[in-house]
Ligand binder design. Sequence first.
Ligand SMILES: Nc1ncnc2c1ncn2[C@@H]1O[C@H](COP(=O)(O)OP(=O)(O)OP(=O)(O)O)[C@@H](O)[C@H]1O
Length: 993
Amino acid sequence: MPNIFHALESGLEFIDYLGNRITHSNSKSELRSIYYEEFKNSEGKKHPNFSSVLYALRKFNKVYIIRGKVYINDRLQVRTFSDQWRWPRASRRQSSIPIDQDTAGRCSPSTNNQAPTQCPKKTMAKNTLRKMKLNRKEIIVDKQGIEITSDPVASSEKIQFTACPQREPFVVTLHIANKGPNNVNFIDYKALSRFRCFTLVDERRVSKACPLFLCPGESYDVAVHFTLSHNGYFPVTMYFQFIADLQEPESFIIIREIEASVQTPLAVGLRPVAPYEPVRVATYRPDVSVVVDGEPPGGSTVQDMTTVVKLGEYKYPNYLKELAKHGLENHDDLSPMARKKLEEVKTVLNSSLSMRNYARRFHILLHLEEIQMEVDIRKYDLRSQTLAKDKDRRDLLTLKVPGVAENRPSVLRGDCLRVTKSEDKSFPLTVYTGYVHKVELDRVKLGFSKKLLEAFISNMKFDVEFTINRLTLKLQHRAVELAVQHELEEVLFPSGSLTPHVSLPKLSMFNRQLEDNPEQCEAVCRIVAGSSKPAPFIVFGPPGTGKTITLVEAINQINRATPSARILACAPSNSACDLLCERLMMRMSSNQLYRMNASSREPSTIPNKLLKYTNWDDRQGCFVFPEKEILMKYNVIVTTLFTAGRLVTGGFPVGHFSHIFVDEAGQAAEPECVIAFAGLLRAGKGQLVLAGDPEQLGPILRSRLAIDYGLDLSLLERLMKHELYRNFDTRFVTKLLRNYRSHGAILKIPNELFYQGQLQVFADKIESEAYCNWKGLPQEGFPVIFHGVMGKDEREANSPSFFNVSEIEVLVGYLAKLADTQGKKGLPKLLPKDIGIITPYRKQVEKIQKALKSVPDLSRWCDLRELKVGSVEEFQGQEKRIIMVSTVRSTSSYIKMDTQYNIGFLSNKKRFNVALTRAKSLLIVIGNPVILKTDPIWKKFINYCEEMKGYAGLDFKYEEEEDFVSKMASLKFPGSEMAEPEDGAHQSTSDSE
Ligand SMILES: Nc1ncnc2c1ncn2[C@@H]1O[C@H](COP(=O)(O)OP(=O)(O)OP(=O)(O)O)[C@@H](O)[C@H]1O
């Protein structure tokens, strides 16, 4: 809150400044425009915002306001100026400048392209931005004799400078010279940027109210004083307006772009390795081809488990592709078959899900998803790519695929790519299929036929087509069919009528912590007793409420009570399965517990401590799938949902598993979840247990149609709408609400946003308050930091992924502080494994990992590899003492792209929820507040941090939206009216994708 006397002083100065332009009553919005456009930043002084000034003037009876009009109190003496700042000077030298008087009495030079007043300001502002981008070349050049040079000198059309964070101002001087033969009037200039990290200084205080007459040979300096105390990237576009010919009062514009970068030396090592150049997309080649098959990575898997239940092909009918193309609407282009089937398909999709339409409906939805996947994968095709011989294995070729680590495209070990020689114009065309042997950060290693390897010469160019892996789709198709065949109606659509009332056993818990939580204890007892059978039992609850712990306890109890019990424990992701395994291995030997990985998993991602429980055979250097009979001896098998399908294929008898658990069940689409039990579970005999939270990450799907007809609904979420579960009948469901993970301040916003404030804070005080007195906190006792950084989201070389160096610098600064303070003044000793860094883009992960290695302050930690850096998906179900989040985004026009590719934090509330609920004691979020605040959820979080004084970093105010819009709308640019653009937080005109 600015000092009221300071605001009053500014207010009086402003009234003085208005001089004879002030009338008895002025519209508030007009005064606001003049205040921001002309007065606030033109005197090298820090004036408060307009509202504070107006408030002070009213408070001291200098003005009063009635219906949006500001009335000057008659008793107030308005000083009138006649020095060089005011109109008299202008009129003295060039009285012939035509001045329009607008409704508020403001004077402005007439322009022919004055925007109509009825045009909404926001649209005008957006048009201005669009025009600036489109006409950049035209408006940046010197013209009509005016030349604008700068110190520092511009290179590549930009005035760029890099500074270390500093308190002293950095000055950019703009030298405006009239080198032409005619007089020119310098009538106005503005700095276009939302950020107030600078002040404008010019001796004569040029403005429309006070233009400057430049004779040939005359020049004038304008200085921009930057105050740069924070890391980041601060672009400012300087806008200069002139009138050349006094008879033809059309103004002309010249702009200059300034880019200030504030960096530490660390940033130098993280710079883009090469300018971003998007990969070129292939053009389509003829369909008729001869296919030469490559070498799959078969030698790297030992398959002792024979195939008993074959997986069908489940190809979609052609008519469905036609129907999908037209959004399941009738269309003239439809074939007679498609037209005939349209109603049938729509009837199935529009009817509510039941056992009668179960398989048919999911077949259609999965087909629609596949059709969309086929369309989407074509976007990644490449042309004229060079393959290279692999250094380690000469029988493999490597191909650069820049987005592969972010699943753009999704490529797994064992997948197949099709390549053709770029110059090959033969007919039919020869297509070589290459099998993926290894996926690395930005390249894949491929096994091709001998024929291609023999003909291969370096620098040979190829066109590449990616293909989709149908295995996961086929497994889902088979699962929904098996669910019907094995009559799982009471599992999928439980009536509750077959569920007997059972008495609950009295159990002493392995994990004594659970004994203090009646809900967890009851859930364990009910699962052990099978109280919901044949209906599934659901453990439901927000983050950190002990769902996984409850499942693990139940598994241990079953194992003790019934050693002959056979348990399958699944989750959608490898990381969630690893976590289950980690917690189970505390009480189970490697003879009892088996972690079965898919052969497509990259072996290096398996945590070391799990190795002896897994099917990775270090001696043979490959994954092993043992015989069914051997596997059936394990008490507990842990697999992902998809890999559970391998057990069905291997012929595990129906009913072998007495219990099937699915953790993080809200993350899987229903057919994916069904893979874990269809063909394995005998209804009535086996117990299915689901645990999850629909507010955390859900299924990722591509087809809009499939989503609209419900494929994105998890089985857990669907069942939770069912009467038995909705009313929390304790025989079927336990709702956990005690959060044992996090400090209350960390939970506050997710709790309000997603759980109606029902979550209760039960975290251990010593652990959760461990960082409340850390000296790195802006506010003692509040272990949440939002650190505002005005960074730049960059890309490099061919990679579509983003990174933000300024955010990494800030992040590393916090890490260094943490490393330095650990074990001191009551702080716990800290190890790299206690910290997690979440960021949505693979490139940022890579750059953070690089930065970690290069910072001397962090070298005291010997095993930095244990500091996990990854996406939200990799953190679902996990927790760390300290979580740092780098949001990366700093340009709003990319947000749509993030939504399209299912990455990024904005516009995905589930990702926000998971990321912000992983920390136990300290949460540090680093991001661009302007961009993030465009999202209501992030806005709430940042406002909360500001209110609680947990806000750090970028401390200068950015212009309020209304003021910025007014300023932009008032600018005059050449060029026709454009469609609405997207506005960015960076107002540099060169922002481009
Ligand atoms: N009854 C309890 N008493 C004390 N601590 C507990 C209790 N139950 C769970 N915890 C602890 O709470 C933390 C979160 O548990 P867990 O990972 O099982 O939660 P979750 O509900 O599965 O979380 P998420 O939804 O994020 O996957 C763990 O550190 C666990 O040890």
